[in-house]
Design a protein around this ligand. Structure first.
Ligand SMILES: [Fe+2]
Ligand SMILES: [Fe+2]
Length: 195
């Protein structure tokens, strides 16, 4: 498959990812307990809507339609964000889960834009590079702002008293079982020495 087609696939993936976030970010904003974090998620939602528009422009330059590829990676990350929102935690500790989910989201997007920019550079598509770089810079700034806002929240959470462990939900039991299977599946590879 020529690079041009790989780029198109990746861009459609990003377009789907950004659209999924337009739906998911309001839930994070609504769920966040910390006012600063809430504000950051709300602002990034507005940026994300602009990113969808920029990607449409990219497809306009390429003379292609933006749909055609669903981003499974972002679906998984959004799903993890939902888990964080369902956690039976209070205040700062609850927000710590959202921070983890939000940072995963931003870094997944950063990787996507870095890869597509590298492809567009190889193909000499300056208009596409410029638009994608605007999106990348917003993602980098969002990740930095979340990391900064996280500091006092992490500190507060570290000072919260221990509370009794509750019984695991069915979902948590399935997750724990799968994690043991992951470990088992990795075991032969871990034993193998690089030669
Ligand atoms: Fe984005
Ligand atoms: Fe983002």
């Amino acid at each position: 498959m020529p690079l041009n087609d790989v780029l198109l696939d990746e861009l459609r993936d990003m377009y789907s990812a950004e659209n999924q976030l337009v739906k998911a970010l309001p839930k994070l904003a609504k769920g966040a307990k910390d006012a600063k974090l809430k504000e950051l998620f709300t602002k990034h939602l507005e940026e994300t809507k602009g990113q969808v528009e920029r990607l449409k422009e990219v497809f306009g330059h390429l003379g292609e339609k933006p749909t055609g590829e669903h981003c499974n990676g972002m679906e998984g990350i959004v799903e993890e964000g939902k888990d964080a929102l369902e956690k039976d935690e209070e205040g700062a500790s609850f927000d710590c889960g959202l921070i983890g989910a939000a940072l995963r989201t931003e870094h997944y997007e950063i990787a996507g834009y870095q890869a597509t920019i590298a492809m567009a550079k190889t193909l000499g598509m300056q208009d596409v590079i410029d638009l994608l770089t605007e999106n990348l810079n917003e993602e980098l700034a969002a990740a930095a702002k979340i990391t900064e806002a996280a500091q006092p929240i992490l500190l507060e959470s570290s000072q919260e008293p221990e509370h009794k462990k509750k019984a695991m939900s069915a979902k948590e039991k399935t997750s724990a079982q799968k994690s043991r299977e992951d470990e088992k599946a990795a075991a032969p590879g871990l034993r193998k020495k690089a030669s």
